[in-house]
Design a protein around this ligand. Sequence first.
Ligand code: FES
Ligand code: FES
Length: 80
Amino acid sequence: MSATPIIAQKSPFPTDVEAGETYFWCACGRSSKQPFCDGSHRGTDITPVKWEASETKKVFFCGCKSSANAPLCDGRHSKL
Ligand code: FES
Ligand code: FES
């Protein structure tokens, strides 16, 4: 089954990340562990996006799943 991403929330998820750590961002919007993948994309053709933090800091992961700079928010949630 193919599927389009669903909006988890129309705002980003502020998240503290650690340098060198790898994160799997939920691209499908179905995870209950937002902004990260929990396997709920199974059955769709959407897969999570692997992202490695280059520094320890707070980032804003896209919650609307429409960012052109995924997995990070690019501000377009404000136009949804
Ligand atoms: Fe959304 Fe895995 S649960 S990409
Ligand atoms: Fe998706 Fe901001 S939350 S672009």
